[in-house]
Ligand binder design. Structure first.
Ligand code: 13P
Length: 287
């Protein structure tokens, strides 16, 4: 059964660790993440962007695949199926399709409009027992064609959105999606600290988890980050392992072209990446 992310994130905030959100792209991705969460006895959040949802034949297909897989694999750790950077329409479609958690990213709207739309979705999600993530201050970099400006959020605006009753709040603190450029200035801990001082117990979300050094991750967790999103790092690990397999000519040996063999090294590489992140975030044995 899929669960809301509320309980796992409340516990994470209290226990000073973070739950990983790992984005899924297909069946192999989903299976690798679910099995690793079970092996590590860790709660987990599966992230689905609108682009990935389309790629996987729509949110209904995704919800059906994930629910069935949780059941067939005998997964007992808490699993939330979460829309990542949802539009207002996308949020409604995922609620309809059976997702257990929603992100509404209204960061590109003027704050008044972000507040109004988030407020409406808080009421819907509350009535259905779903968790809701809101965003203030666009996260930089590109994700699925959506380019964010890399803003640093205004803590007072964060407080306005947090007070609407959302479950968790993503705020731009100099983080960006994808690989960080060499001249990246690092996370803005002064802003994160100011946001936490105003929002108190609200679990904070750190997007762009790929490539953030371990010491910065730990410091962010100490300042109230309870959910960390990772996408690109699993993609890079999958691509590198697949490249190695093909460059070694293994697809030409015996039945090495069989997708169950060809995709196996990439699958294992995703598992290894997810395991490392769960250890770093401190969510192992917190199911
Ligand atoms: P990365 O691709 O940089 O890991 O970011 C993932 C993310 O924030 C998804 O919302």
């Amino acid at each position: 059964m899929l669960v809301s992310a509320k309980e796992m994130l409340t516990k994470a905030k209290e226990g000073k660790y973070a739950v990983g959100q790992f984005n899924i792209n297909n069946l192999e991705w989903t299976k690798a993440i679910l099995l690793t969460a079970q092996e590590q006895n860790s709660p987990v959040i599966l992230g689905v962007s609108e682009g990935a949802g389309k790629y996987m034949c729509g949110f209904k297909t995704v919800a059906a695949m994930v629910s069935a897989m949780v059941d067939s694999l005998g997964i007992t750790v808490p699993v939330a199926l979460h829309l990542d950077h949802g539009s207002y329409e996308g949020a409604k479609a995922c609620i309809e399709a059976g997702f257990s958690s929603i992100m509404f990213d209204g960061s590109h709207y003027p704050i008044e409009e972000n507040v109004a739309k988030t407020k409406e979705l808080v009421a819907i999600c509350d009535s259905k027992g779903l968790s809701l993530e809101a965003e203030v201050g666009a996260i930089g970099g590109e994700e699925d064609g959506v380019v964010g400006g890399g803003e640093v959020a205004d803590p007072k605006e964060c407080k306005m959105i947090a007070d609407l009753g959302v479950t968790m709040l993503a705020a731009g603190i100099g983080n960006i999606h994808g690989v960080y450029p060499e001249n990246w200035a690092g996370l803005r801990f002064d802003t994160l600290d100011a946001i936490q001082q105003l929002t108190g117990k609200m679990p904070l979300v750190l997007h762009g988890g790929t490539g953030i050094p371990a010491d910065m991750i730990k410091k962010a967790i100490s300042l109230g980050v309870s959910k960390i999103n990772v996408n690109t790092e699993c993609q890079l690990a999958f691509a590198a392992a697949t490249r190695q397999y093909i460059e070694a000519g293994k697809d030409r040996q015996g039945k090495g072209f069989d997708p169950r063999k060809l995709l196996a090294p990439g699958f294992e590489a995703i598992k290894e990446t997810v395991k490392e992140k769960m250890e770093l975030f401190g969510s192992v044995n917190k199911a």
